[in-house]
Design a protein around this ligand. Structure first.
Ligand SMILES: NC(=O)c1ccc[n+]([C@@H]2O[C@H](COP(=O)([O-])OP(=O)(O)OC[C@H]3O[C@@H](n4cnc5c(N)ncnc54)[C@H](O)[C@@H]3O)[C@@H](O)[C@H]2O)c1
Ligand SMILES: [Zn+2]
Ligand SMILES: [Zn+2]
Length: 354
C-alpha cells in the first residue's frame, strides 16, 4: 500500500501532517498530485470545532495539481495534464446539477444544501500530496500553459465565491455597489463588482492593510467602519442607497448594514456564513414592501466555472496574486494555520506547496 503526506483533522485544535494511504482512482475518478493549495477561512472553522467534520478526515478544498491516474470512463485527459479543481465538485448529473444549481448537488438525486462541497467535508481533501477527485469528468479543468499555479489557485474557492456574489446580485453596468468586509472573500467580491461593470465600488473594513488592498482589487472608495457611519456615508455617496450590497462576513451587524445601505429595489447579495439567529429589522426592510431582493451564493464549482475564471485571468481582467501573501511547505502547514488564523503579518492567503 503506497503512502502520502496529508493534513489530518483529529478533533478541535488538532491537525497533524502524517502518512496516510495514497488514494487510487476508481471508475469515473482521478487522482491528482497536488502542486499548490491554500487554507480557507472555512478550514479555520473546522479546526476550531465550529463546523463539524469527522476526525481522521484530510482537510482542504482548493487544489491545483497534475493528473497522476485516471479511472475508467474519464475521457479527454492525459496523465500529466495540469488541472485546477473547484472547491465544490458537482456530479454534473443529478437534478440540481442539470437545473444549474451545481453547488447544491444532490448525492444521488434531488437537491442537497451544500451538497456539492465534498473535499475536506465529506471526503478527503486537498492539503495533501495526492487527492482523489470524484466525478472527474465534470471537475478537472485543464490549466492553460501560460498560467502559473499561483495565478489560478484562488479561483477554486474564494474568487469563485466572491465573483459569484457579484454575479448573483445581477450587477448592471453603472450600478453603485458596496461590499461589507474586505477579507479574502470580500476582496474577490470587490474585484467581481468591478468586473461586472459597477460605476462605483465601495469597500468596507476596519483593517487599514485590507482597505489598501481593496483599492488594488477595484474599490473606488474605502470606508473604515470604526471611523465613519458606514450606512450614512454609503447613502450620501450613492445619492440615497446602493443598487447592490454584498455581505462578506456573516454577522448580524454587517447583514443589517448591508440592508440599510440599499436603495428601495436594491439587492443584498449575501456570502457570509452565519450562526445563531439572523434577524431582518422591519424598517430596514420597508416592512417587506421595499422590492428588495436577498440572494445567497455557495461557491460555484465544476470545470466550466473554472475554465471561465481562468480565461478571465488569462486575458488580464483580474489578478489575484496580490492576495497570496505567504508560502509554506505542507510539512509546515500548522504554522501556516496559525499565521492565517491569527491574521498576523498582513496575511491574506497562504500558498501551501506539498
Ligand atoms: N459563500 C461561500 O461559498 C463561502 C465560501 C468561503 C467562505 N465564506 C464565508 O465568507 C465569510 C468571509 O470569509 P473571509 O475568509 O473573507 O473572512 P476573514 O475573517 O478573513 O475576513 C473578514 C473581514 O471582515 C472584517 N470585518 C470585521 N468586522 C467588520 C465589520 N463590522 N464591517 C466590515 N468589515 C468587518 C475584518 O477586518 C476582516 O478583514 C466567512 O463567513 C466565511 O465563512 C463563504
Ligand atoms: Zn473555502
Ligand atoms: Zn449533482
Amino acid at each position: 500500500m503506497e503512502k502520502m503526506r496529508a493534513t489530518v483533522f483529529h478533533g478541535k485544535d488538532k491537525i497533524r501532517v502524517e502518512e496516510v494511504e495514497r488514494p487510487r482512482a476508481g471508475v469515473g475518478e482521478a487522482v491528482i498530485r497536488v502542486t499548490l493549495t491554500t487554507i480557507c477561512g472555512t478550514d479555520l472553522h473546522i479546526v476550531r470545532g465550529e463546523y463539524p467534520v469527522r476526525p481522521g478526515l484530510v482537510i482542504g478544498h482548493e487544489p491545483v495539481g497534475v493528473i497522476e491516474e485516471l479511472g475508467a470512463g474519464v475521457t479527454g485527459y492525459e496523465v500529466g495534464d495540469r488541472v485546477l479543481v473547484g472547491a465544490i465538485t458537482p456530479c454534473g448529473q443529478c437534478r440540481a446539477c442539470l437545473s444549474g444549481q451545481l453547488s447544491q448537488c444532490g448525492h444521488g438525486e434531488g437537491y442537497e444544501a451544500l451538497g456539492g462541497w465534498r473535499f475536506g467535508n465529506t471526503i478527503n481533501g486537498a492539503q495533501a500530496e495526492y487527492l482523489l477527485v470524484p466525478h472527474a469528468q465534470a471537475n478537472l479543468a485543464k490549466i492553460p500553459d501560460e498560467l502559473r499555479d499561483e495565478q489560478v489557485v484562488l479561483l477554486s474557492d474564494i474568487a469563485s465565491t466572491g465573483i459569484g456574489g457579484a454575479e448573483s446580485a445581477g450587477i448592471r453596468i453603472g450600478d453603485a455597489v458596496v461590499v461589507f468586509a474586505q477579507g479574502p472573500i470580500g476582496l474577490c467580491a470587490t474585484a467581481g463588482a468591478r468586473l461586472s461593470g459597477a460605476s462605483l465600488v465601495i469597500g468596507v473594513d476596519g483593517d487599514s492593510n485590507r482597505l489598501r488592498v481593496a483599492r488594488q482589487m477595484g474599490a473606488d472608495v474605502v470606508l473604515d467602519y470604526r471611523e465613519v457611519d458606514v450606512v450614512a456615508e454609503v447613502r450620501r455617496l450613492t445619492g440615497g442607497g446602493a443598487d447592490v450590497s454584498i455581505e462578506a462576513l456573516g454577522t448580524q451587524a454587517t447583514f443589517e448594514s448591508a440592508l440599510r445601505s440599499l436603495r428601495p429595489g436594491g439587492t443584498l447579495s449575501s456570502l457570509g456564513v452565519y450562526s445563531g439567529k439572523l434577524q431582518v429589522p422591519y424598517e430596514a426592510f420597508a416592512a417587506g414592501l421595499g422590492d428588495h431582493r436577498i440572494v445567497t451564493t455557495l461557491c460555484p464549482g465544476g470545470k466550466e466555472r473554472m475554465r471561465r475564471l481562468m480565461e478571465t485571468v488569462r486575458h488580464g481582467r483580474v489578478d489575484l496574486t496580490p492576495l497570496l501573501t505567504h508560502t509554506y511547505s505542507l510539512d509546515k502547514i500548522a504554522e501556516a494555520y496559525e499565521l492565517f488564523g491569527e491574521r498576523m503579518d498582513g496575511v491574506l492567503k497562504v500558498a501551501v506547496r506539498p
